[in-house]
Design a protein around this ligand. Structure first.
Ligand SMILES: C[S@@+](CC[C@H](N)C(=O)[O-])C[C@H]1O[C@@H](n2cnc3c(N)ncnc32)[C@H](O)[C@@H]1O
Length: 324
């Protein structure tokens, strides 16, 4: 973030900082957090960001439900999710609720929505975005719209999750290639559990570990892929340690961006983790966007790999014999 916009209402004396009970929803880094009082709660459900915020010294929760004197909500890239967060923050706050976001995250449209239902006490425009504030209380049913519900394929998802409305085409392309898997395995970046649910339909799978960074998506996966053989981990796959018992197989449809920009480094880190957690005789199967350059990384971490299928949009790889 590294943007001082959200500090301005406090620095200009337009909003008073309470001495306690402050909530900051979805901070993406520690920048400017020093202005908040000790005991401030940071809500961040994305594990890598949450881990990076640990050094701030504030309490960190994936999802909060308590009363506050002031709340600051940073927008996410999903408008439905952001409106849900704002409504939840407003319900939990007796004092001021501030909303901060860039134009590219839809702050103008969010402000328009809010203007229709509450009196806005102030707006500051700065650095291609806005921060505005209003008095907390009850807002329209935006929390419900942002909550978990069944998508068109019958899976429980919520706005803001990866491919929340329909099965991802990449995962669907990978599925026919992994129907013969057996033993213990892992799904890296399991999302709300579509691929894992298919795998758990295979009788020869004895245990499936779902690793996912998005707390809410993992909560949805617990419902979608409920099975005694499923083990759910809220985890950053890029920092996973070697398990006591390595896996017979690993599957993944890795994320290809953390922000708006495609970033192959995340997928490369997933490939490295797959090699670390596999048995020497294990199999790694992944699907990736066709334009992302993963071949050299597969070569670096596996003695054997091949492309099983290529379409206009995706590539499916199999890799075996992880290099030690
Ligand atoms: C392309 S989606 C695949 C979703 C799922 N496998 C499916 O079948 O729909 C990638 C997933 O990786 C998750 N993710 C992103 N970064 C991660 C990280 N560092 N560690 C673990 N999961 C991560 C995202 O939240 C997203 O759910």
């Amino acid at each position: 973030m590294n943007d001082p916009r959200f500090l301005l209402p406090f620095e200009q004396g337009l909003v008073d900082m309470p001495s306690e009970n402050v909530l900051v929803m979805r901070p993406v880094d520690s920048f400017g957090l020093h202005i908040f009082p000790t005991g401030t709660v940071l809500e961040q459900g994305f594990k890598p960001t949450r881990d990076a915020l640990l050094q701030s010294g504030f309490a960190l929760e994936p999802r909060v439900e308590q009363q506050f004197n002031l709340a600051l909500v940073h927008l996410t890239r999903s408008k439905v999710e952001s409106l849900g967060n704002i409504a939840r923050a407003a319900r939990m706050t007796d004092g001021t609720v501030l909303v901060n976001g860039a134009k590219t995250d839809g702050i103008e449209s969010v402000l328009k929505h809010l203007k229709k239902v509450v009196a806005i006490d102030g707006v500051i425009s700065k650095s291609h975005g806005k921060v505005f504030w209003f008095k907390g209380g009850s807002l329209p049913d935006w929390e419900k719209a942002a909550g978990m519900c069944q998508n068109s394929a019958g899976f429980i998802t919520a706005a803001g999750m990866f491919s929340s409305e329909k099965t991802d085409q990449g995962s669907a392309l990978l599925w026919p290639h992994i129907k013969d898997l057996k033993g213990t395995g892992a799904d890296l970046g399991a999302g709300w559990g579509w691929l894992s649910k298919q795998l758990l339909g295979l009788a020869d799978i004895t245990e499936l570990n779902l690793y996912e960074a998005d707390f809410q998506a993992l909560e949805a996966a617990k419902k979608n892929a409920a099975d005694p053989r499923a083990v759910f981990h809220w985890a950053d796959v890029t920092t996973l340690a070697k398990p006591h018992e390595p896996f017979d197989f690993v599957v993944s449809n890795p994320p290809f961006h953390q922000s708006r920009k495609a970033d192959p480094e995340i997928g490369k880190a997933f490939i490295k983790t797959a090699a670390t957690i596999l048995k020497p005789g294990g199999r790694f199967l992944m699907v990736a966007n066709r334009q992302l350059p993963y071949e050299a990384t597969l070569e670096q971490y596996f003695k054997r790999w091949q492309m099983l299928e290529q379409t206009g949009q995706f590539k499916v790889f199999e890799a075996t014999r992880p290099r030690k």
